[in-house]
Design a protein around this ligand. Structure first.
Ligand code: G1P
Length: 271
C-alpha cells in the first residue's frame, strides 16, 4: 500500500524569475489555484494520506499557506461566504495530511528525499515533482496499480524531442512488460545527445523503495554538484533492483520554465 508521498519544494525556482523572487513557484496560481494543489489532489485521489513537504526557510510561506486556518475562521465569523468556507475546509483537510521537513541548502533532489527519511514508515512511497503536472488522468494512481502488479519501483515516462534529452533523466529500456509498462535497464541524468540511450524521459512521479535511503546516504554529487535521485536509482538498478517505467496516458505540463508555466495555465483553462 502506498500511503505516503514526498514532495521536494525547496528549489529556488530561478527559471521562473521574476515571479519567484519573493514568492514560491508552487503557490503561483494556475487557472485560479496554486499549482501545488493539483499535485495534492492527485496524491489524495490516489489514496495517499500523508504528504511530506520538503521546504526551506526561504519558502516557509508554503507552511503558512497550509496552516492559515485561524485566519479563515476569523474571516468566516465576519463574512458567511460559502466560497470562503469551502476554501477553509479544503485548507484544513490538507493541513491534517501535510508534514514539513527542511532542506535549507539546495543540494539536489536526492538530498531532498533523504531529508524526509524519518517520516517514511512503509516499504514503498510516492515522490512527486511539483513542476510536472499531469492532467486528464491520475498518473500516481496508475503507477500504484503497476507497482501492485509487479511489486517493484515505478517511474513515469514520456518520449521527448531528441534535441531536449539533456534536460531530463533518460532511460535505457530492457523489455516491454505490457502496454503501459517496461523494464528499465539503466537511467542517466541529463545526458548530452551523443550519450543518450533513448529519448524516453523520466517525468516527476516515482514510486520508490525505502532502500533508496541507504543509497542516498553515500550518494556522490553528480551533474552541477548536486545529489540526484536519478544517480541513486541508477545504482539500485545496477544492483538488480527492479524498476519499471510507466508510460502515462494524460497530458503533461511543464510548469518549471517561464514558457511552460504560461502555456500550462492556458492548457488547464481549456480542459
Ligand atoms: C528532474 C530530474 C530529471 C527528470 C525531471 C522531470 O530534473 O532530475 O531526471 O527528468 O525532473 O521533470 P529537474 O526538472 O529538477 O531539472
Amino acid at each position: 500500500m502506498i500511503k505516503q508521498a514526498i514532495i521536494p519544494l525547496a528549489g529556488l525556482g530561478t527559471r521562473l524569475l521574476p515571479l519567484t523572487s519573493v514568492f514560491p513557484k508552487e503557490l503561483l496560481p494556475m487557472n485560479g489555484k496554486p499549482g501545488i494543489e493539483y499535485i495534492l489532489d492527485e496524491c489524495i485521489n490516489a489514496g495517499v494520506n500523508e504528504i511530506i513537504f520538503v521546504i526551506s526557510k526561504k519558502k516557509e510561506i508554503i507552511k503558512k499557506y497550509f496552516n492559515n486556518d485561524s485566519f479563515y475562521r476569523s474571516i468566516i465569523k465576519k463574512k458567511n461566504d460559502p466560497r470562503i468556507i469551502k476554501e477553509y475546509k479544503k485548507i484544513l483537510f490538507f493541513k491534517k495530511k501535510i508534514k514539513f521537513v527542511y532542506q535549507n541548502k539546495p543540494m539536489g533532489t536526492g538530498d531532498a528525499v533523504l531529508k524526509a527519511k524519518k517520516y517514511i514508515k512503509s516499504k514503498y512511497f510516492l515522490m512527486l515533482f511539483a513542476d510536472d503536472l499531469i492532467m486528464k488522468t491520475n498518473c500516481s494512481k496508475a503507477m500504484i496499480k503497476a507497482h501492485k502488479k509487479y511489486n517493484c519501483s515505478v517511474m513515469a515516462s514520456m518520449n521527448v524531442n531528441k534535441n531536449t534529452v539533456n534536460r531530463w533523466g533518460i532511460y535505457s529500456v530492457d523489455k516491454k512488460l505490457d502496454k503501459f509498462n517496461f523494464k528499465i535497464s539503466d537511467v542517466i541524468e541529463k545526458p548530452d545527445l551523443l550519450n543518450a540511450p533513448s529519448n524516453n524521459a523520466v517525468i516527476g512521479r516515482y514510486i520508490l523503495s525505502k532502500k533508496i535511503f541507504t543509497y542516498l546516504k553515500n550518494q556522490a554529487k553528480g551533474k552541477d554538484g548536486e545529489i540526484h535521485i536519478t544517480d541513486a536509482i541508477r545504482r539500485m538498478i545496477l544492483d538488480q533492483n527492479l524498476f519499471i517505467g510507466h508510460k502515462f496516458k494524460g497530458k503533461y505540463l511543464d510548469c518549471g520554465s517561464m514558457n511552460g508555466f504560461i502555456k500550462s495555465g492556458i492548457e488547464i483553462f481549456k480542459l
